[in-house]
Ligand binder design. Structure first.
Ligand SMILES: [Zn+2]
Length: 405
């Protein structure tokens, strides 16, 4: 039986009182609880544009019963013991329903093969490192390797075919896969989802830079209402920071081990080794950040915010306030003014986007322009240490462009 428990629970219509439930002589004051009243994620976990992540989280969304249970128990202080007993009975009934309708999905048997599908190139590379040596596992990349950040991406028929074949979809999370949704579950209802950023704290949010800026400062060219909305939007580019990439790696390994217990020791060992390599890289980033002569930079889009935090760099402006969207003439002038005012050292474009506007700004502002690669894209058959190679090149570029002591 493979039924959607959320839809079923929603149809069952769970009734509980916020006052004296089933208490004689008292008017019943009912509250309807269904799947729609249980948030899948807090608001900050929603994607740019505000569309909820229902499609992605779908039947694999964790803890839905826990949330319902917590919601019911939250009224305990307001109700009498009879109500409390009724509530507990209701919870027990719900748990039985869930157990019957939503059977536990056991881990794979040791001989079973596993088709993993990574949504983006960085997640693909991390997953390849984690599963290296496991011959039962195949890792595929959904979007084209050369694409980079999938901002404004749309699912293709080829993507849908890959989704149909996959056992597990591993996503970046934090809204980067906005292009997915209901079609994912429709293509493959049994698909398991690993959200690599789930549970990671110390997130940065778009728009934070403006809060510390002067009025009308053009650091991040966007309308005021957009800034307000973006302040609630987490920056999904964890992968461009080796320190945060290590957390993504550990997260994926832990979730993968639950799905494939037979491979758990290998995933743990690979995660430890890869994590140590990424941590060494992170230490090199931090060390360089302390030596740079100028730590104020302009970037193409918000992809380097986490790396900048690691290195103590200040991103004084971004060329594309919204990824893939070139700034207007007035926004370009505003960025140039910011660069001059803040005495930024350089502007860094990315291989994924055209360099023209960045070079124009650099020329107008009289600063250097160079390319930093967030490793958001890469060759189809990239070596396992591709990310480290790219980041070491980035460190050389930063040092050469900004100067060091
Ligand atoms: Zn991006």
């Amino acid at each position: 039986m493979d039924r959607d428990p959320i839809a079923t629970i929603g149809m069952i219509v769970l009734l509980t009182s916020s006052g004296d439930f089933f208490s004689p002589g008292q008017p019943a004051h009912f509250r309807l609880i269904c799947s729609h009243s249980v948030p899948v994620r807090p608001k900050k976990g929603q994607k740019m544009g505000g569309r909820p992540r229902r499609g992605i989280d779908g039947p694999d969304r964790p803890g839905i019963m826990h949330r319902i249970r917590r919601h019911l128990l939250s009224t305990r202080t307001e109700i009498n013991p009879m109500t409390n007993t009724c509530t507990r009975l209701l919870i027990a009934l719900l748990s039985c329903c869930a157990a019957l309708l939503w059977p536990h999905r056991p881990g794979l048997a040791a001989e079973q093969t596993l088709q993993l599908l990574a949504s983006t190139f960085p997640i693909y590379q991390i997953t390849r490192n984690l599963t290296a040596g496991n011959k039962r596992v195949q890792v595929a990349l959904m979007i084209p390797a050369e694409l980079g950040c999938p901002h404004d991406y749309a699912l293709s028929p080829q993507d849908m075919r890959k989704l149909t074949k996959a056992d597990v979809l591993i996503i970046n999370g934090l809204g980067l896969e906005e292009f997915m949704g209901a079609p994912v579950q429709q293509a493959n209802p049994k698909l398991r989802i690993i959200d690599s950023s789930r549970g990671i704290t110390q997130l940065l949010h778009f728009g934070e830079a403006e809060e510390h800026d002067h009025d009308g400062h053009p650091g991040r060219p966007a309308a005021k209402d957009q800034l307000h909305e973006e302040a609630e939007t987490p920056n999904p580019h964890l992968f461009a920071s080796p320190r945060m990439a290590a957390q993504l790696s550990a997260n994926i390994a832990a979730q993968l081990a639950r799905i494939d217990p037979a491979g758990a020791p290998l995933y743990a060992a690979n995660a430890k080794a890869y994590g140590q390599r990424l941590e060494r890289l992170a230490e090199a980033c931090t060390a360089l950040g302390q030596r740079l002569r100028n730590n104020r930079i302009v970037t193409q889009h918000g992809v380097f915010d986490y790396l900048a935090r690691d290195m103590g760099l200040e991103v004084v402006a971004v060329v594309q306030g919204h990824a893939g969207q070139e700034p207007s003439a007035s926004e370009i002038l505003a960025i140039v003014a910011t660069v001059k005012e803040k005495k930024a050292g350089a502007i860094f474009t990315e291989p994924q986007y055209p360099k023209g506007v960045g070079k124009t700004i650099a020329k107008e502002a009289g600063i250097a322009a160079a390319t930093l690669d967030p490793a958001a894209n890469g060759p189809t058959e990239a070596p396992l240490d591709y990310y480290e190679q790219v980041m070491r090149t980035n460190l050389d570029t930063l040092e050469r462009t900004l100067g060091s002591n």
